[in-house]
Ligand binder design. Structure first.
Ligand code: ARG
Length: 460
């Protein structure tokens, strides 16, 4: 057909099964605005190279502008015979300009176009993604601020370990999302390289200016190697990795929210607008957002492994396999943009139950480490201190007592070094305040984190 970009040496059109397999317009249409931006930059470069007359450039830019408007309005769309977004847009241009439309193909290939388009698309949408992550970080910081002085059981192995400020636990999640925002910024530095001008793989014999195109499209520079330019998909794989890690962070947070809102924990309540009910059990209030966050992490990891596996055996330069890069990238991006506002809303509206958290904080002999460390401060070697504190726990378990309920005689009976003074460390507040080195759960360290994380979320 006339609109096909490669008809010349072929006797006829492709078989229907070939065309159906080849087709990508149903997903690569998302790249249309970026492809058109590339076309505008390319037209200017052709003009400067003397390959488009002044009037031709004007006509070309006018038609590209019209086409952009029509794409945006949805009045220009791909048709059945279009193989991909590049072919469809060139058909649109040729419909407007006739033979002049065909001049734009000079010096470029769909291979450098697609590599450029995908970078442009991702750099654009990743900014929105970073914004959503910062909003989540901000919501978590806000929750931590509202409950800044509530103690909670800190867990290892999901067993009571040592008391912590619940804000400290919440902020641990905020730190991971802050790192994700950093990762996205760092990713952008490596992605800000333009493949335009690489052509099919070897560059162009026409006097084009890849640096000018790069600058016009907002890239830092053009690629140094045209073969790398058309075959490098590191930016796509790296994006899928960061997306997978964000997904894992959301999943771990989701799992905790599922636990916290269970009847057994009873630490938190979900707001009605951010929970769902059951079609049969009238009493139910389910943490579906948290569960979908946990559940979707699987597909983010799948998108990453699928993409890496597709890439691993490819000889340089372009291979059609690379067309398979887009759906995993698009899926990871769109799923995160769907998930993040919901998780943010859930966290922003979560209500804690301070009385339950406070009561649970010392349970499970969570101050046993403090006893051992008190003994260390009395000069007892930690190995012995650990033993003595362990015997104290065993005694209490037997007697059905808490550590702070032992009387002087019981303490001395366990070990003579357990003087009544040990009770000074048998309080949750004391245990929290004592952990005041950098990174510890002491209230002043947590207050510092609140300030710095709120600041970083605001800056992004
Ligand atoms: N649609 C292709 C892709 O997504 C780009 C076109 C390159 N096609 C080609 N036959 N060289 O990767």
């Amino acid at each position: 057909s006339q609109t096909r970009l490669w008809g010349g040496r072929f006797g006829g059109g492709p078989s229907p099964a070939m065309a159906a397999l080849s087709k990508s317009t149903h997903f690569d249409w998302a790249l249309a605005p970026f492809d058109l931006a590339g076309s505008r930059a390319h037209a200017r470069v052709l003009h400067r190279a003397g390959l488009l007359a002044d009037a031709e450039l004007e006509q070309m830019l006018g038609a590209l502008r019209e086409l952009s408007d029509e794409v945006e309005a949805g009045t220009f769309t791909a048709i059945e015979s279009d193989e991909d977004v590049h072919e469809a847009l060139e058909r649109g241009l040729t419909e407007k300009l006739g033979a002049l439309g065909g001049k734009l193909r000079a010096g470029r290939s769909r291979n450098d176009q697609i590599a450029t388009d995908l970078r442009l698309y991702l750099r654009h949408h990743v900014r929105a993604l970073a914004g959503e992550l910062s909003a989540l970080e901000y919501a978590i910081v806000g929750l931590a601020e509202r409950y800044a002085d509530i103690a909670a059981p800190g867990m290892t192995h999901l067993q009571h370990a040592q008391p912590v400020l619940f804000a400290h636990q919440l902020l641990a999640h905020a730190h991971s999302f802050a790192r994700d925002v950093d990762r996205l910024r760092d990713w952008d530095k490596r992605t800000a390289v333009s493949p335009y001008g690489s052509g099919a793989l070897a560059g162009s014999s026409l006097p084009l200016d890849p640096d000018a195109v790069a600058a016009e499209l907002g890239f830092d520079r053009a690629t140094d190697n045209s073969i790398d330019g058309v075959s490098d998909r590191d930016f796509a794989a790296e994006f899928c990795f960061v997306a997978a890690l964000i997904g894992v962070h959301l999943s771990r947070l989701g799992e905790e929210v599922v636990l916290w809102t269970s009847t057994e924990f009873g630490w938190a309540r979900l707001d009605d607008a951010w929970a769902t009910g059951s079609s049969i059990m009238p009493q139910k209030k389910n943490p579906d957002i948290a569960e979908l966050a946990r559940g979707k992490s699987g597909r983010f990891v799948g998108n990453l492994t699928g993409l890496l596996t597709m890439l691993k055996g490819l000889p340089l330069a372009y291979d059609r396999d690379l067309q398979e890069d887009k759906e995993p990238v698009f899926d990871s991006l769109s799923q995160l943009l769907l998930l993040l506002p919901a998780v943010t809303g859930m966290m922003a509206t979560l209500t804690l139950r301070p009385e339950v958290l406070e009561a649970a904080a010392p349970q499970g002999f969570a101050l046993a480490t403090d006893v051992a460390e008190w003994l260390v401060r009395q000069g007892v070697p930690f190995r012995s201190a650990h033993e003595i504190s362990g015997e104290m726990v065993a005694f209490c378990e037997q007697a059905g007592l808490e550590l702070d309920e032992l009387d002087d005689a019981q303490l001395a009976g366990i070990d003579e070094r357990l003087t009544p003074d040990v009770r000074t460390v048998l309080s949750v507040r004391g245990a929290l305040a004592a952990r005041k080195a950098r990174g510890g759960t002491a209230p002043e360290r947590v207050a510092e984190q609140l300030t710095s994380l709120a600041e970083s979320a605001r800056q992004h």
